[in-house]
Ligand binder design. Sequence first.
Ligand SMILES: CC(C)(COP(=O)(O)OP(=O)(O)OC[C@H]1O[C@@H](n2cnc3c(N)ncnc32)[C@H](O)[C@@H]1OP(=O)(O)O)[C@@H](O)C(=O)NCCC(=O)NCCS
Length: 190
Amino acid sequence: MPNATPEATMVARAIRPIRLEERGELDRVIVKRWGSPYTVSRGSLHRVSELPCLLATDGDRWLGVAVYRLAAGACELVLLEAFERGHGTGTALLDAVVEQARAAGARRLWLVTTNDNVDALRFYQRRGLRLVRLWPDAVTQARKLLKPEIPLVGDHGISIRDELELDCPLTDPSDRLTCQHVTSKPTERG
Ligand SMILES: CC(C)(COP(=O)(O)OP(=O)(O)OC[C@H]1O[C@@H](n2cnc3c(N)ncnc32)[C@H](O)[C@@H]1OP(=O)(O)O)[C@@H](O)C(=O)NCCC(=O)NCCS
């Protein structure tokens, strides 16, 4: 399971499930940030505010949100967003989703991200998730058929076309090496 970064201790952060009366606000936040109340993964449209959701909060302030979906013995991380980056919120939310998933009996955590999101690829791989599939042109198709709001160009000026699937087994709760935050420094490549 991933562990919180040292920065996590510097924020008065609580992680809790979203309340029913907060779901309208979640819709508004998601539309503002992602252009639509829906996300797409593997050809399916998900209404974010209807799914299980954890909030990271500091008092009344929302620090981040994690939305997930339990199905077929697996947990899909549908959306993870830290509203201020680099303070440990993303890691803390990922930890909490893993905990919920394990408690619900999920044997696998998985997610898709888009080919432009190299920052997220770094984040997830540093926390033990592995790249398991590439779905070429999945986003191009989703834009055409399901969600025209998906921008053509994403992070770092990269054209958004493909979905990348990452996963992490959750089968053994005592196996600290699955889905673990990697703290060691990278070795030099020769
Ligand atoms: C991916 C994301 C959720 C990570 O959340 P976060 O709260 O920034 O994550 P953390 O603070 O726990 O860790 C971020 C890592 O980047 C480092 N970092 C430092 N400053 C940072 C900054 N300004 N922005 C991002 N990361 C920063 C952290 O030290 C940490 O490094 P590590 O992997 O070596 O430990 C966040 O970047 C985000 O909301 N991205 C946009 C939405 C998105 O792409 N979501 C995932 C798509 S599925």
